[in-house]
Design a protein around this ligand. Structure first.
Ligand SMILES: *Cc1c(COP(=O)(O)O)cnc(C)c1O
Length: 395
């Protein structure tokens, strides 16, 4: 079966099993190995002259990396994809490739916080104007577009607060004004949110999260909707000299094979944990679009094929010491700045302190919870004991 038919006609479980495989490249083995190499050798001057850039030198990629790029592009229905050393470098590369001095971009207020830092430092130095807009703006984005707006940047659901954006409406307005739409699609992955079909031009992922899936490599990707967009961004990527190790690309391919089945279990576990959390007296609100009645549920149901295991919890007023008592004693939920691996994680967040607005007020504490592949009953018991410590704390 050709790769194209594997990518478009079959179910997600089947597609992730078959995309990007090549018996010739792998010498008959199931998996393409990590191809290590910098130098590509040529026997004849004529071959050297005719070598196309991307197969002429290791910096332009390895067969392992190209297999992962091809797999991810096919899964999302894009023209092509390019790997980057991290999710953040995928975002910054896509942004830098899309702006020039004097341009203006619209940045979603619920963006992954390190991107705010990039805007305040690198884009500011480049004289690119940045306006933050509320994630739920929808078609109203049209009124914020200026004559020099070249990029509308989206992330859905939002980091820490999980607002679901009306991506089709935003794309329609941006394209009518000639602006490019970038989306951080890490939460949904290629399987749960068809970003490019909804009109997104560059779908960006931290593969570090669910694709690698085992918390053992950093990796990012930019998937381009059209060949023109791909060539434009790829030229910039090449000019910067970004490379990805074949070992990390191999881990990405390995993780991809089980992505569909892992995501299904993450969602099932997360729904149980989120439902239970919603009923606890210490919890004001659960921010999980997959939960019926939660903010963004209707849009999520309209546009997504499922949910991953990351969501937010807004606590009722509690002292910092009480939240610390809860988190310090957790047995299964450890604290860490990532997510998407097999293990459960929790981290306190205070988006109200730097956001324009959103569902977590400046004086409120949120918890960002990643529900892993443990049994949900064990996770609920761990959280239950934690909430008891929170309530019992004197301060
Ligand atoms: C983690 C994360 C990133 C950055 O990914 P890295 O691989 O850690 O650089 C980008 N976007 C979102 C939504 C993330 O959660």
């Amino acid at each position: 079966m050709s790769e194209a038919s594997a990518a478009t006609l079959l179910h997600p479980e089947t597609r992730v099993t078959h995309v990007g495989r090549d018996a010739k490249l792998s010498n008959g083995l199931v998996n393409i190995p990590p191809y290590r190499g910098s130098t590509v050798l040529f026997d004849k001057v004529e071959q050297l002259k005719n070598s196309s850039g991307h197969r002429a030198y290791g910096r332009w990629g390895t067969p392992t990396g190209r297999a992962l790029e091809s797999a991810l592009a096919q899964l999302e229905g894009g023209a092509n994809a390019m790997l980057t050393p991290s999710g953040l470098s995928a975002i910054t590369t896509a942004l830098l490739a899309s702006v020039k001095p004097g341009d203006h971009i619209l940045m979603v207020d619920s963006v992954y916080p390190p991107v705010r830092n990039f805007c305040a430092t690198v884009l500011k130095k480049m004289n690119v104007g940045v306006t933050y807009y509320p994630p739920l703006v929808g078609a109203g984005i049209a009124e914020l577009i200026q004559p020099n707006t070249t990029v509308v940047y989206t992330e859905s659901p939002g980091s820490g607060t999980f607002e679901v954006q009306d991506i089709p409406a935003i794309c329609a307005a941006a394209h009518a004004a000639g602006a490019r739409v970038l989306m951080d699609n890490t939460w949904g992955t290629a399987l749960l949110f068809p970003a490019l079909q909804h009109g997104v031009d560059l779908s960006i992922h931290s593969l570090t999260k669910y694709v690698v899936g085992h918390s053992d490599a950093l990796l990012g990707v930019i998937v381009a909707r059209t060949r023109e967009l791909y060539l434009d961004v790829r030229a910039f990527h090449g000019a910067l000299g970004l490379t990805v190790s074949p070992d990390d690309a191999f881990l990405g391919l390995r993780g991809l094979r089980t992505l569909a089945v892992r995501l299904r279990q993450h969602q099932e576990n997360a729904l149980q944990v989120a439902q239970w959390l919603r009923e606890q007296p210490q919890v004001r609100e659960v921010l999980y679009p997959a939960l019926p009645g939660a903010p963004g549920h209707a849009l999520w149901k309209r546009d997504f094929h499922g949910a991953s295991g990351l969501f937010g919890v807004v606590l009722r007023p509690a002292s910092e010491a009480a939240v610390t008592a809860m988190l310090d004693g957790m047995q299964l939920f450890k604290m860490g700045f990532s997510w998407g691996g097999f293990e459960s994680l929790v981290i306190p967040v205070k988006p109200g302190s730097y956001r324009l607005g959103g569902p977590i007020a400046a004086d409120e504490v949120g918890l960002r919870i990643h529900v892993g592949l443990e049994h949900p009953e064990d996770l609920i018991a761990d959280l239950g004991a934690g909430l008891q410590r929170l309530s019992a704390h004197p301060g």
